[in-house]
Write a protein that binds this ligand. Structure first.
Ligand code: PLP
Length: 395
């Protein structure tokens, strides 16, 4: 890639400048967007670097390279969504392989894994990965793949990537970590022993809520090549434009994460001290059960949190009706603040039993904290919390 952004540069430099001024044709500073589906051969039996857009695309490859470098991986594949990224890994497994996943993983992840298991394409075991003894017990069934999601969605539970990876690899399993909630700016699972990192780049990596895409990063060069081959075989490739937008979003990753985390910490403290709130789940708070582990394993605490309202569902209804500055919407990781109710939105498909099992209560509210001025966020939040405390309209 560009001589001006060698791989040994700091991650901040990779994010801001990878591929900058690498355009040979015109010296464009911003990397061009290549939309062409096909490429002219130099002559008979003489393909150039690219021949067909499913196999490879300069824009998609550049973004994948930048993300791979940020994660400290050997290579990466950009997929059309985060779910497609997970399915890329699942689809390569031999039929009937055992997959070990957290009992409180992202709702869409659980839906995909269960759908594959119901069709006997994989076997699935859901386990509380905070419990090392239970986890070690499950490893006796020889899983092919262990999925780790930390911090978890929506409860922000943190699990020990290094400890789980060591156990899993000793048992012959490969380990993939969903790093969507923190991004490589705040956590690098490959350096902690994982084989793969998975991203919904829809979230913090793109950061502007205008792309659905995903990525799988491999620690090993052969594995990266095999994944790229599999993406071509199955056609699970991100579009050039989505890739280009994602690279554009990546430019400000570190600055966004820092600013959003600063806002998030203040919001979490305000929630903790508020009488309308019974519990706050944010690993940055010293009394969070996984605070110590998060401090060790992460470079920051991120911008995601959830909390429980005293008045349960009626209070949630009043809160989302009155809160300002937080838009009621699914997704997360953009520069604008969002609020979601996991039970009726992101985690509705899980069903009440699996939700109860994972500790996701009906009064739980999830926040993705953005880059707005903190005073506006706090004022908007206060409006929602005051309404949450008020008399029930549906009484
Ligand atoms: C959103 C999300 C996904 C799924 O990604 P899509 O891009 O929506 O397909 C996977 N894991 C986590 C943690 C997520 O938040």
């Amino acid at each position: 890639m560009s001589k001006r952004t060698p791989a040994e540069f700091h991650p901040e430099t990779i994010a801001a400048a990878y591929g900058v001024a690498s355009d040979i044709a015109f010296g464009a500073v911003a990397p061009p967007l290549y939309l062409s589906s096909t490429y002219e051969f130099a002559g008979f039996d003489a393909p150039r670097a690219y021949d067909y857009g499913r196999v490879g695309n300069p824009t998609r490859d550049l973004t994948a390279e930048a993300i791979a470098k940020l994660e400290g991986g050997a290579g990466a594949v950009m997929t059309p969504s985060g779910m497609a990224a997970l399915d890329l890994l699942i689809g390569r497994l031999a039929a009937g392989s055992l997959v070990l996943a957290p009992h409180d993983c992202y709702g869409g992840t659980m839906r995909l894994l269960k759908a594959r298991a119901e069709r006997s394409q994989i076997r699935l075991s859901l386990v509380n990965q905070s419990d090392m003894e239970v986890f070690a017990g499950q490893l006796r069934d020889h899983p092919a793949l262990v999925l780790i999601e930390t911090p978890s969605n929506p409860l922000l539970r943190v699990v020990d990537i290094a400890a789980l990876s060591t156990l899993a690899k000793n048992a012959g399993a490969q380990v993939v970590v969903d790093n969507t909630f923190l991004s490589p700016a705040l956590q690098q699972p490959l350096s902690l022993g994982a084989d793969y990192v998975l991203h919904s780049t829809t979230k913090f990596l793109n950061g502007h809520s205008d792309v659905i895409a995903g990525a799988v990063i491999a620690a090993d060069a052969q594995e990266a090549k095999a994944l790229k081959h599999w993406a071509n075989v199955t056609g699970a490739i991100a579009s050039p434009f989505d890739s280009w937008l994602t690279l554009r979003g990546l430019r400000t990753l570190f600055a966004r994460m820092a600013g959003q985390e600063r806002n998030a910490m203040t919001v979490a403290q305000r929630l903790r001290d508020h009488p309308a709130v019974s519990r706050v789940h944010y690993p940055g708070l010293a009394d969070h059960p996984d605070h110590g582990l998060a401090r060790r394993q992460q470079r920051g605490f991120g911008a995601m949190m959830s909390f429980e309202l005293v008045g349960d569902v009626p209070a949630v209804r009043r809160f989302v009706g009155a809160v300002r500055g937080f838009t009621l919407a699914e997704s997360l990781g953009g520069v604008e603040s969002l609020v979601a109710h996991p039970t009726t939105m992101t985690h509705a498909d899980m069903g009440p039993e699996a939700r109860a099992n994972a500790g996701i209560r009906d009064g739980l509210v999830r926040l993705s904290v953005g880059l707005e001025h903190i005073d506006d966020l706090l004022a908007g939040l206060e409006a929602g919390l005051q309404a949450a405390e008020g008399p029930s309209e549906d009484a």
